[in-house]
Design a protein around this ligand. Structure first.
Ligand code: SF4
Length: 469
């Protein structure tokens, strides 16, 4: 997918005035947050589960080479084919090759964010194949020729009226506002024909179990199961960080994922895939392929952003982010939006091309508090900001202001003296204009310093408390 991440400010501004988008975001926001909170409250000890999840992922990442080899050997022992894709181009070429060998004309897909990451639809369509998304949200945005705007709810930016219009254009159905069940029934009728005609099915995988070679797929619509049982060839496309050592570990991660993503105790379908149909089985594909994508992940394994590889793509940090909830996913300009995207996207497509993403954050810390695998997203965003500064990607007044502040902050006596002086001399109230940061005061006032500094007020309060004790 072509990136427009460098246009974040313009895209965010447009998103704020898009009435349809704002209506859709308002409608979706509360549901995700409330359902997650209720599911977490129902679980006896979610904090312990989070800690266990973090440890499983950290252990796996520390021994990823061992677990990858074990997983690949288990898949091959069951007759599957394992393909290693160092980057997006290699993954596309592997998928194209599999489709060509199968003589495929129609490819159906379950939702896969890795598929979006490597641009699989465009590559297969360019080669003359018909590609059909079968997850309802993905199907809607495929009709609209748009990228997903949320990692688990790709069409969350669409209103029901917009979906009715799209279906009317593409299915020839009446262009009137209809209820969700009617729209689902219509999509199901259209997609059923595609399921039956498809030669190849491509799905993602939520977790890859090293000890058994099993792929765990978590869905709510059942389309994933049809993608992997009806076509002659099934391909799983997944990032190398999806490994867990054992089936027990996978069960822990599924518990975390479904509660954090959709607020369910268990998803409607949790499928364990172990390869092609065996001789004594009635259903399943003749061929089974596993494509394992690196695309920058092994580099992250060795650098300061390694913790991001714990991400299980639950989408919860998006739902709890005030910036995401104000501008939606498309403003971020690439596959992964919200806090997790602002850390991950620079790792995959480069910091130069994504310079506004690490700054699209208020650092309120809510994403870290709710992340099921305890990824310190605000810290990682701060590290990215520091890297931007070190690499000279921040220029102009902002750069000079940061340099000056950095110089002062390393001289505490001078810093405290100067801030106290500014606090004492500064006028009261709020500034309507800031000479070096007019962007801030375009839409809000800037509160001017109080008569004293925070540290002085704090120590005065502590002294008074001691006196009263
Ligand atoms: S960073 Fe955490 S909260 Fe965000 S998608 Fe990944 S696992 Fe979920």
């Amino acid at each position: 997918m072509k990136s427009t991440a460098h246009l974040f400010p313009e895209q965010a501004r447009a998103a704020l005035t898009d009435e349809n988008l704002q209506a859709a975001l308002r409608f979706a926001k509360g549901g995700f947050i409330d359902k997650r909170a209720a599911a977490v409250a129902r679980y006896p000890d979610f904090e312990t589960l989070r800690e266990r999840g973090r440890r499983i992922k950290d252990h796996t990442l520390a021994h990823l080479d061992v677990y990858l080899e074990r997983f690949a050997a288990a898949v091959e022992a069951r007759g599957g084919h394992v393909h290693w894709a160092p980057d997006a181009a290699a993954a596309r070429s592997i998928l194209l090759d599999i489709c060509r060998r199968a003589g495929a004309r129609t490819v159906i897909k379950g939702k896969t964010m890795v598929g979006e990451e490597i641009g699989v639809n465009a590559a297969l369509e360019e080669a003359g194949l018909e590609v059909v998304e079968t997850d309802l949200g993905e199907y809607i945005i495929q009709l609209a020729k748009e990228p997903p705007s949320h990692i688990i709810a790709p069409a969350v930016h669409k209103t029901r009226a917009q979906i009715c219009k799209l279906f009317a254009e593409h299915h020839g159905s009446p262009d009137t506002l209809r209820e969700a069940p009617e729209l689902v029934a219509e999509a199901r009728r259209v997609l059923r024909e595609k399921f039956l005609a498809a030669d190849v099915g491509i799905t993602g995988g939520n977790f890859l179990v090293a000890e058994t070679g099993t792929v765990v797929l978590v869905t709510n619509e059942g389309n994933g199961d049809l993608c992997l049982t009806l076509p002659r060839v099934h391909v799983v496309l997944a990032g190398i960080e999806k490994l867990v050592p054992t089936l027990d570990d996978a069960a822990t991660m599924v518990r975390l994922l479904v509660r954090s993503a959709t607020g369910q105790d268990i998803s409607t379908y949790t499928t364990f895939i172990t390869g092609a149909r065996r001789q004594d089985e009635a259903d399943g594909p003749d061929e089974y392929h596993m494509v394992l994508l690196d695309n920058g992940r092994s580099r992250m394994l060795g650098d300061e952003f390694r913790e991001m590889l714990r991400c299980i793509r639950c989408g919860s940090c998006l739902n709890h982010c005030p910036v995401y909830n104000a501008v939606g996913g498309h403003a971020y300009g690439w596959v992964y939006p919200g806090p997790m995207g602002s850390v991950l996207t620079p790792q995959i497509i480069g910091l130069d091309a994504t310079k506004d993403l690490p700054n699209a954050c208020t650092l309120n810390g809510r994403c870290q508090e709710i992340c099921p695998v305890k990824i310190p997203l605000p810290d990682l965003l701060r590290r990215l900001r520091a890297l931007q500064f070190e690499r000279g990607l921040i220029r102009g007044p902002q750069c000079w202001a940061l340099r000056l502040w950095g110089w002062l902050a390393r001289r505490p006596a001078l810093y405290h003296g100067l801030t106290a002086l500014i606090a004492r001399l500064s006028p009261r109230g709020a500034a309507r204009r800031l000479p070096l940061d007019s962007g801030w005061t375009q839409s809000r006032d800037f509160p001017l310093p109080q008569r004293t500094t925070f540290q002085r007020a704090w120590s005065r309060q502590a002294k008074e408390e001691r006196r009263h004790d």
